[in-house]
Design a protein around this ligand. Structure first.
Ligand SMILES: *Cc1c(COP(=O)(O)O)cnc(C)c1O
Length: 245
């Protein structure tokens, strides 16, 4: 459970980050179903990035007066599937920082124009979600569409800034069979993308890994993990181990 004690998670990773700054994986605390008080407590421990996967829940949580007054530097990520009809609602989220799940050019266009209308001086950062295992039940762009999507955003969406590739990937992969192939797909996609579009590799981060598999994800190159169900103690040891290699 993501209990109050969890909230050292920010601490756990920061301690690691200080030791190995160039390889620092960053923690997105997944706050879906968690009450506002837990978010405030985590914020008090130094956690700044939080993600939710339903637009309505995110809007309510981020508009909570206690969160608004206690967490001025909070950065909200939307991590769920986004339908076009919900874009305007999402754009109303206070302190929205990142949309993790862009998977259609038309969605990117709509988010771009909606963000523009809001008149923000900052760009909205976005990730492209890739469906690395090709399962129909999962959202995301097929890997082969990645380069065209990045080009589309760069050419047509001046209010968006593409920063990362994201995947959910297969659950319960047995590491005895070797590395998770979904993570490998994302790693090699970045390589291909950066080469084709002449982008320095360190400008495209990889967001992959959840409570169950974040340690492996970091080992194979993830820079950002999404964690909903770990205590600080559970996180600290494996993350530290992953970094020390
Ligand atoms: C819930 C959720 C997570 C977190 O999963 P845990 O198993 O709780 O760590 C990560 N990513 C997405 C998209 C989610 O919806």
């Amino acid at each position: 459970m993501w209990r109050a004690a969890e909230l050292g998670v920010g601490f756990a990773l920061r301690a690691v980050n200080e030791r190995v700054p160039q390889a620092a994986p960053r923690l997105g605390a997944v706050s879906k179903t968690r009450p506002a008080d837990m978010v405030i407590e985590a914020y008090g421990h130094g956690q700044r990035t939080f993600g939710d996967n339903y637009v309505q829940e995110l809007l309510e949580k981020t508009s909570n007066p206690k969160i608004l007054s206690s967490c001025p530097e909070i950065k909200w990520h939307f991590i769920g599937h986004l339908q076009k009809q919900n874009v305007n609602k999402l754009m109303a989220v206070p302190n929205l920082f990142m949309l993790q799940t862009v998977d259609l050019a038309k969605l990117a266009d709509k988010v771009n124009s909606s963000w523009q209308k809001k008149g923000s001086t900052e760009k909205l950062t976005v990730m492209i979600q890739i469906n690395t295992d090709g399962e129909d039940s999962k959202h995301g762009l097929p890997p082969s569409g990645t380069i065209a999507m990045v080009e589309h955003i760069k050419a047509n969406c001046p209010s968006l800034e593409f920063v990362r590739l994201m995947t959910i990937g297969s659950f319960g992969h047995d590491l005895n069979q070797g590395p998770n192939p979904d993570f490998q797909v994302l790693v090699s996609l970045r390589e291909e993308l950066c080469k084709k579009l002449s982008i320095p590799a360190d400008q495209v981060e990889l967001n992959m890994g959840v409570s169950m598999d974040f340690q492996h994800a970091i080992e194979v190159g993830s820079t950002n993990v999404r964690i909903g169900n770990k205590t600080a103690a559970e996180l600290a040891a494996p993350v530290a181990a992953a970094q020390e290699r």
